[in-house]
Design a protein around this ligand. Structure first.
Ligand code: HEM
Length: 376
C-alpha cells in the first residue's frame, strides 16, 4: 500500500529510503501554551500522523462524510493518493527546555541534554530570521508532493490555538540516498549527491554516528538523533558559467559518474594523497569532498537527507534555487565540526546559507505512546 510504519524503535523518515518530495515545517508555540497544552498538541498530532502515514482520512467523517454543517475533519486533497510512503519526523527545539525570566515554561529544564546548544555563527552565514529556528519541527517526506503538503497543512490546522507555522520549505528532488537500494540522485549543480552517506544497511555506522546511544543520560533521547536543517541558496547562474573541470575541481569528483578525482568509480574511496598529472593534489585542498570527509573531521559522519528546491525567481531572471540540507547525527557537534571545516571550501563562492535550524529528534514512538512521551 506504500505505507511506512509510523511507530518503531526510531522515528521514520531518517533511515527510510529517502522519498522524492519534502515539505518541512517549523512551528512556533503560541503564548499561553503550557506543559498540558503541549502534551495535548503532541497527542493530537500523534493520532493524526498515524492516520496520515497510513493514507487514511482524518477524523470520523473524513473529507466528505461528516456532518454537512461542520467543516470536514480532513481537507480532502489527498483523497485517492494513498500513503505515498509518507513519513512524519518530529523534532523539539532548544527553546522548549529554556528557562526564561526564571520561568521553566514546560517544566523541561532538567531534561535538556548537555550537548544541545544552539549552532554557532559560521563564516559566510547570511541567515534570514524568517527561515531560521522554531520550537518544533515536522519533516514530511513522501513520494507525492500533495501528500506531503496535505500532511503539513492538516497538522498545522490541528495545532490551531497552540502553535503556528513559523516557516516551511518544499523540496522536489532528494539529494541523498539513504539506502544502498537507491540510485544516487543529483543536486542542482548537476552532481551526484549522497554517495558517501551513512546508509540504512550500515548498522554499525548508524549506531556509532546517528543514533543517540543507550548510555545517554537523557532517557527520552536514547535511540533519537539531532536534525540540522540549512537552507542553502545556490547561485546556479554563476555556477553554469564555470568550466566542467573547474566544477569537478570544486567538488572533488567527476560530474558524470561521480568517482573521486583521485581515480576509480563512484563508490571507490577517495585517495587524498594522490597527485594529478599536473603535479598538484588530484583532489584539491579546497575541494568539498576533501574538507567534508571524515578523515579531515576526526572521523565525524552524518546521515544527509536533503532536497533540491526552487522558490520562484527574482527580477533579474535568476532562479531562487538551492539545497535544503538536512542531516541527522547523534550530536550537533558533528555538524558544527564539518561546517567549520567547510570554511575553506571553494564551493562557498556559489553558496549562501540563508536558513538554519537544530532540533532534537526523540526516539521512535512505541505502541500507545504519543510523540516524545518519554520527555514528559
Ligand atoms: C559530499 C554537494 C553542503 C557535507 C558532497 C558531494 C557533493 C556535495 C556533490 C559528493 C557526493 C557525496 O558523497 O555525497 C553539496 C552541495 C552543498 C553541500 C551542493 C550545498 C548546497 C554540505 C554541507 C555539509 C556537507 C553544509 C555539512 C556541513 C558533506 C559530506 C559529504 C559531502 C559529509 C561526504 C564527504 C565524504 O565522506 O566523501 N556534497 N554539499 N555538504 N557533503 Fe556536501
Amino acid at each position: 500500500s506504500g505505507a511506512v510504519p509510523f511507530r518503531g524503535a526510531h522515528q521514520a523518515g531518517i533511515v527510510t529510503p529517502a522519498q522524492d518530495r519534502l515539505h518541512f515545517a517549523s512551528f512556533q508555540l503560541l503564548r499561553g501554551v503550557d506543559r498540558a497544552a503541549l502534551i495535548e498538541l503532541l497527542s493530537d498530532w500523534t493520532v493524526a500522523a498515524e492516520a496520515l502515514t497510513r493514507g487514511a482520512e482524518l477524523g470520523a467523517g473524513g473529507a466528505a462524510s461528516g456532518p454537512p454543517l461542520a467543516p470536514p475533519s480532513d481537507t480532502g486533497e489527498a483523497l485517492g493518493l494513498g500513503a505515498a510512503k509518507l513519513t512524519l519526523t518530529f523534532g523539539f527545539g532548544r527553546s522548549l527546555f529554556e528557562t526564561k525570566d526564571g520561568e521553566d515554561r514546560f517544566g523541561l529544564a532538567e531534561r535538556l541534554p548537555a550537548e544541545f546548544t544552539e549552532l554557532p555563527a559560521f563564516a559566510f552565514d547570511l541567515l534570514d530570521s524568517a527561515t531560521t529556528g522554531g520550537d518544533l519541527c515536522i519533516q514530511a517526506c513522501a513520494d507525492d508532493p500533495q501528500v506531503a503538503v496535505h500532511a503539513i497543512r492538516n497538522l498545522s490546522r490541528i495545532a490551531m490555538g497552540r502553535a503556528r507555522i513559523a516557516w516551511s520549505q518544499l523540496g522536489f528532488g532528494r539529494t541523498s540516498s539513504t539506502s544502498q537500494s537507491q540510485d544516487t540522485p543529483r543536486n542542482l549543480f548537476g552532481f551526484k549527491d549522497g554517495t558517501a552517506n551513512v546508509m540504512a544497511e550500515d548498522r554499525e555506522g548508524l549506531a556509532e554516528h546517528i543514533w543517540v546511544p543507550e548510555s545517554h543520560p537523557q532517557e527520552w533521547l536514547r535511540g533519537g538523533s539531532y536534525l540540522v536543517a540549512r537552507k542553502i541558496a545556490m547561485t546556479i547562474e554563476t555556477w553554469d558559467r564555470a568550466s566542467l573541470s573547474e566544477q569537478e575541481r570544486i567538488v572533488g569528483r567527476t560530474k558524470g559518474e561521480g568517482g573521486p578525482l583521485s581515480g576509480g568509480a563512484e563508490f571507490d574511496a577517495p585517495n587524498f594523497e594522490a597527485v594529478s598529472t599536473a603535479g598538484g593534489p588530484a583532489i584539491a585542498t579546497d575541494a568539498h569532498v576533501r574538507l567534508a570527509h571524515p578523515e579531515q573531521n576526526g572521523g565525524a559522519r552524518m546521515l544527509r537527507r536533503g532536497y533540491n528546491y526552487v522558490d520562484g525567481s527574482n527580477p533579474l531572471g535568476q532562479l531562487g534555487a538551492g539545497l535544503f540540507f538536512i542531516s541527522f547525527q547523534k550530536d550537533p557537534a558533528t555538524f558544527v565540526r564539518v561546517q567549520q571545516s567547510l570554511k575553506a571550501d571553494s564551493m562557498n563562492e556559489y553558496l549562501r546559507h540563508v536558513g538554519s535550524g537544530l532540533w532534537a529528534i526523540p526516539r521512535g514512538i512505541s505502541p500507545g505512546e504519543y510523540v516524545g512521551q518519554a520527555l514528559f
